[in-house]
Design a protein around this ligand. Structure first.
Ligand code: SF4
Length: 503
């Protein structure tokens, strides 16, 4: 052996170190090429600008003889609501068609349109998106038997009349059956014919909240609470505020949309005495974002009240990306956060307003990445039968392999990326296994010594004390009365996670 050529050392197998560079995992992930993953079929996505009609509308068209004093007085606006078809036709002759059918639907659900809200309607557009929300339509007659009286089962979850208690920590309190305008798609239209809510009933609702300590948040809604006289609403809010466990009061209102004159200094000062108080407003279309509405929202904001918008996705009103985008951008300028975009509930007589879920997803898809996340509402389906709000969103997570610690995600442009989870995120999962022998212990401190050693940590009595949180064998440690097993894996196993995705 002496002359022979020096023998080469047998190569040491170091798979995790010797792997070719291309197989090394990227540090945090990477963008995948189109040969690795199909780019989403919806891309590139086109968003049209909303078309703006400049038809006849405004106070000068509908109410040319009304004085400023009357127009700006919310009581005048309320008293002069359009409630009959005769009056609506007189101001808006196009509504005269299909008169018999429209009269019939008014027998099912009453009409109420403030002069201010009517002034937003384009008199030359028979399909005007503002008008569709409040005027009886022929389609409503067609579908008058379709849908449910109480699609969200509010009555089923009602421990006392007027209260819906669906979630553990919050309740809905319906204060009245009276609104500035009556929306044809209203989920609660079944209640709009009941007489005014008696004080004793309101007291019963307050009493329920007072004796239910789990309730920390109440949504006061309607009918519209801001239709109450300021002093009366003050008295109700004062009773609610006296309940120690009630933290948050929220008011749901369409008054800033339909009767912005109502938001006066006296009301704002009163509301500010009941903080923390939030207001959910309900704008559905950018045409509703007028200077008067902006002024009303500004007053509420200056009273320290955070404003969130709850829009309803309505066919023929706002069921396109451009309209919702314009709405959300306008709301942001008014310091109103777009909060929810509701799928229209299957309420009786509103079938013509309902859209597909695909339409809602298309709208969210058209917003995400194309505008600030703050301007994107959460799209929700309020589950029929009382299941509560369920958020729906387009699929951005294409694949998630928990074992391999890898997620495939796509962005708003349809580009697909691989996101790699922290090394060992799943390897180092500590799995509790019952261990009768082990006594409670504290883990090793920084000085490498355990403050308290287990009586028997692994059955051999060597205890802890190696400073790495393990028991000396490097594979398990004991915490409390459970034995925690360290499920490790080799680097080569981890490297295998980053192989090219198939398909
Ligand atoms: S304002 Fe609200 S409660 Fe009143 S009719 Fe419209 S949606 Fe229903």
């Amino acid at each position: 052996m002496g002359d022979s050529a020096p023998q080469q050392e047998a190569p040491v197998e170091r798979p995790e170190l010797d792997a070719p560079p291309s197989k090394q995992p990227p540090p945090f992930g990477r963008r995948l090429g189109s040969d690795e993953f199909a780019v989403h079929e919806n891309f590139p996505m086109k968003v049209e600008s909303p078309s703006v009609r400049l038809g006849r509308r405004g106070r000068a068209h509908y109410y040319p003889d009304v004085s400023d004093a009357d127009w700006n007085d919310w009581r005048w606006q309320f008293r002069h609501r359009v409630t009959t078809l005769d009056e609506l036709v007189r101001r808006l002759p196009s509504v005269g068609a299909d008169r018999a059918a429209r009269e019939q639907v008014l027998a099912d659900f009453r009409m109420g349109i403030t002069p201010y809200y009517l002034s937003l309607v384009d008199a030359d557009d028979p399909d005007d998106p503002v008008l569709r929300q409040v005027a009886p339509l022929f389609e409503e007659h067609l579908y008058r038997a379709v849908g449910e009286e109480d699609p969200l089962a509010e009555e089923k979850f009602s421990p006392v009349p007027g209260i819906t208690h669906r979630y553990p920590d919050r309740v809905l309190m319906v204060l009245s059956n009276n609104c500035a305008i009556y929306c044809r798609y209203c989920t609660r239209k079944r209640t709009m014919y009941e007489g005014a809510t008696a004080d004793v009933e309101i007291d019963r609702m307050v009493d329920y909240i007072a004796r239910t300590p789990s309730v920390r948040d109440v949504v006061v809604s309607g009918g519209d609470p801001l239709n109450f006289a300021t002093a009366k609403l003050d008295a109700i809010l004062t009773k609610l505020r006296a309940i120690p466990h009630l933290e948050i009061i929220r008011i749901g209102t369409r008054v800033p949309v339909a009767l912005p004159q109502r938001i006066d200094d006296e009301l704002c000062e009163m509301l500010a005495r009941h903080h923390p108080l939030w207001i959910n407003v309900h704008f559905n279309h950018p045409r509703e974002l007028t200077a008067d509405a902006a002024r009303a929202c500004d007053k509420l904001s200056r009273a320290g009240i955070p404003l969130n918008n709850q829009a309803v996705l309505l066919k023929g009103v706002n069921d396109d990306v451009a309209t919702i985008k314009a709405l959300c951008h306008g709301l942001m300028k008014m310091r109103v956060r777009p909060y929810y975009l509701y799928q229209c509930d299957p309420v009786r007589g509103a079938e013509h307003f309902r859209t597909t879920v695909a339409k809602g997803l298309e709208i969210i898809e058209g917003l995400r990445g194309h505008t600030s996340g703050l301007a994107i509402p959460t799209y929700v389906i309020d589950a029929p039968g009382g299941g509560g709000k369920i958020p729906i969103q387009p699929q951005y997570l294409l694949d998630y392999d928990r074992e391999k610690g890898r997620a495939l995600v796509r962005n708003y442009q349809g580009n697909v990326y691989e996101y790699v989870e922290p090394r060992g995120a799943h390897d180092e999962v500590l799995v509790p296994t019952p261990s009768k022998e082990s006594a409670p212990v504290r883990l090793a401190g920084s000085n490498g010594k355990s403050a308290e050693t287990p009586a028997t940590s692994n059955g051999n009595g060597n205890g802890n004390g190696n400073g790495n949180g393990k028991n000396g064998h490097g594979d398990e440690r004991v915490v409390g009365k459970s034995k925690w097993v360290h499920r490790g894996s080799t680097r080569s196993e981890r490297a295998a996670r980053f192989e090219k995705p198939k398909g």
